[in-house]
Design a protein around this ligand. Structure first.
Ligand SMILES: [Zn+2]
Length: 304
């Protein structure tokens, strides 16, 4: 026989802790754009507020169809070679926080070069995804179609460590705020080998020639690597829902140079000045996108 569970007592205790939590507002400390995750409080009812955090979520397509029966070996390999390598990519771009979530992974980037690191990681996952699924399909032609769907969002987050005091194994930072949720929704809305960025992430992408305009292979630099997308699973009227979708990965020829330029903080390319104005115009004519852009501009004038 197992030990006796005092269910009634447990539920009463939980209810009392909810009551106590709601009695007084927790303290929120502004941490600016930086954060030392090792110093997060666990017992104190204190949350830290971090601004300008980029969240990247990579989701494995078709993972619900991966079985553990006859196909256990292929399922295990797909997870190991898939999720394991996504974490490697996040690490390579110095993600400030990484969590494996189900069949995918979440990374957060804050502080220096956070936008650049997040975008380079996202595009690298997109590039890796195509090679990854090609290899899988060769080895297991009858396995379900798979590959990574990527979402990127940005915003302010609240964070606190929760779990069992004095047992680090049972503690985890929890993140509250739209960026994590919206990145996950953007990833869900994508197909495999696609990166979807929310509205305010696009506002930054369009200011960087290396991200917004293709390298030019094979027929000259163009804007057709991105298209408008409405992230339908976000709340109605949310300006972030008017996002953009990237189809392309790093070019085999120019990718290394572009990635380095972005990480070095470069933004302008000499060869594409004529296309730069077109980038902003590329959302014109799409009334929803234009309205959302104005709403984001106004939002960004106020507190973030
Ligand atoms: Zn190229």
């Amino acid at each position: 026989m197992g030990e006796i569970i005092d269910l009634k007592g447990m539920l009463k205790e939980l209810d009392e802790s909810v009551r106590d939590e709601l009695k007084t507002a927790p303290e929120v400390v502004d941490s600016g754009t930086t954060l030392d995750i090792s110093k997060l409080p666990i017992e104190a009812r204190r949350w830290l507020k971090v601004s300008g955090v980029f969240a990247v979520v990579a989701d494995l397509k078709g993972s619900t169809k991966l079985g553990t029966g006859k196909r256990a070996a292929s399922t295990a390999s797909i997870y190991e070679a898939g999720t394991g390598n996504i974490v490697k990519i996040f690490n390579r771009f110095d993600a400030d926080f990484i969590a494996i979530q189900g069949d995918g992974a979440l990374a957060l980037f804050w502080d220096e070069q956070c936008f650049e690191r997040a975008m380079c990681a996202a595009i690298t996952i997109r590039t890796f995804s195509a090679d990854f699924s090609e290899r899988l399909e060769k080895k297991w032609p009858d396995s379900p179609e798979t590959g990574f769907k990527v979402g990127v969002a940005e915003g302010r987050l609240l964070v606190k460590r929760v779990g069992t005091p004095r047992n680090p194994n049972e503690q985890e930072p929890i993140w509250a705020g739209k960026a994590v949720n919206y990145a996950a929704k953007a990833a869900q809305a994508a197909d495999r080998h696609q990166v979807i960025v929310t509205g305010s992430v696009w506002d930054l992408v369009e200011k960087n020639d290396y991200l917004s305009i293709s390298c030019g292979c094979p027929s000259g630099p163009s804007l057709n690597i991105w298209s408008n997308v409405e992230i339908k699973n976000l709340p109605d009227g949310e300006p972030e829902a008017q996002g953009r979708m990237l189809f392309a990965g790093w070019c085999e020829l120019h990718g290394p140079q572009f990635c380095q330029a972005i990480m070095d903080g470069e933004k302008k390319r000499d060869d594409v000045a004529h296309l730069r104005a077109e980038v902003q115009k590329s959302q014109f004519g799409n009334l929803l996108a234009e309205k959302a852009r104005k709403a984001r501009e106004l939002r960004h004038l106020g507190p973030r």
